[in-house]
Design a protein around this ligand. Sequence first.
Ligand SMILES: *[C@@H]1O[C@H](CO)[C@@H](O)[C@H](O)[C@H]1NC(C)=O
Ligand SMILES: *[C@@H]1O[C@H](CO)[C@@H](O)[C@H](O)[C@H]1NC(C)=O
Ligand SMILES: *[C@@H]1O[C@H](CO)[C@@H](O)[C@H](O)[C@H]1NC(C)=O
Length: 444
Amino acid sequence: MHSCNMGRRMLIALSAMLLATGATASHPSCPATPPDTGTTLQVSHAFGPCSPLGPEAAAPSWTGFLADQAARDASRLLYLDSLAVGGRAYAPIASGRQLLQTPTYVVRARLGTPPQQLLLAVDTSNDAAWIPCSGCAGCPTSTPFNPAASTSYRLVPCGSPLCTQAPNSACPLNSKTCGFSLTYADSLLQAALSQDSLAVANDVVKTYTFGCLQRATGTAAPPQGLLGLGRGTLSFLSQTKDMYEATFSYCLPSFKSLNFSGTLRLGRKGQPQRIKTTPLLANPHRSSLYYVNMTGIRVGKKVVPIPPSALAFDPATGAGTVLDSGTMFTLLVAPAYEAVRDEVRHRVRAPVSSLGGFDTCFNTTVAWPPVTLLFDGMQVTLPEENVVIHSTYGTTGCLAMAAAPKGVNTVLNVIASMQQQNHRVLFDVPNRRVGFARERCTAA
Ligand SMILES: *[C@@H]1O[C@H](CO)[C@@H](O)[C@H](O)[C@H]1NC(C)=O
Ligand SMILES: *[C@@H]1O[C@H](CO)[C@@H](O)[C@H](O)[C@H]1NC(C)=O
Ligand SMILES: *[C@@H]1O[C@H](CO)[C@@H](O)[C@H](O)[C@H]1NC(C)=O
């Protein structure tokens, strides 16, 4: 029997809440994020002017932001590619703020009893849910989850079948509880497999299994928790199958937006009935990634010449196209990117320059052609806001896509969040399909 020190527990819960609210101070003209209702969560951009992570998360300058984001995306691509091919390890390609699990969009959740507020990154390419916990050595977070302050917190015992599902799980001799770890490039994450009650919007997941982060070395530590929306066994989606039937959709707001916020809608209820869809492809080796069959790309009316091998799905090599919420700018294998870029330049016919990892920028106002992504059974025509990243002042705009970084032989095309924003994107796992529909992400 442990003594129940209510006063201390409440104090801890209260300070965790204060810390969490303290981190929500942002731009003075930002409206308060509307409440989460029903099965719908509000989604905020982690680096926008209204970031709930606070003003320090917002971009210092436009060019600084582009450079930072291009580096983050490149590092994310290597991570996704390593998932796709099964453990191929890359050295990190740049130093500094390279995070393995970069949050691009975050939602609110409450963990434990009494509930502690958390921000969780929406990550469609991960299964494991990591939550930075109090006392974690090396976790870059100011608002960890405090298991000692939750009466419903449990460690998962070694004998549990859950333990074998966790990546690299281990039961150290002096411990009866299940630990697991992830190593990537120069980084190591260690967590205790844990269970607690997780509340999202109006729902409660009573025994939610997650990794309580205890140690992080290198540069991979996530600054806040992760909501793993991948398709694998331990993901949030798999754990809530009875509630949400492995179905969700989101509308991701523009990162510049002050007035709009997006939503993450869980379950079948309220999902669009009429929506264009394309089949989801299954890669048995990498079950967490959402592969789709992109068959071509049109710039204006012209289908650009891309060798079929640059787009082909191949479970053995991991090649193909995935949708990812954690990458910001679409990354294509070199022959695909070059074909798109050349046609955009050809159509715009103005002097071209480079900026922070983007090689197709124009300093004057130009007419940008729309870009259409061609999928098996579905076409998605992207208007300028999904194709061009504009400077906050002045007239410079850049094609918001890039080739995989030079010198690394990645095989994945990643359709990223900038190209998905202001669309309702439906992930319907039971019916093996992904849908797209234009939608302004207005606040509820
Ligand atoms: C937000 O809305 C206000 C009032 O409608 C408007 O003045 C402001 O320009 C808008 N800001 C953005 C970034 O759209
Ligand atoms: C565009 O502007 C940038 C920054 O002012 C400058 O470095 C670049 O040379 C300009 N490019 C063209 C084509 O004028
Ligand atoms: C992708 O779509 C094309 C065109 O519909 C089809 O020929 C091809 O078999 C599809 N590939 C896969 C892996 O489904």
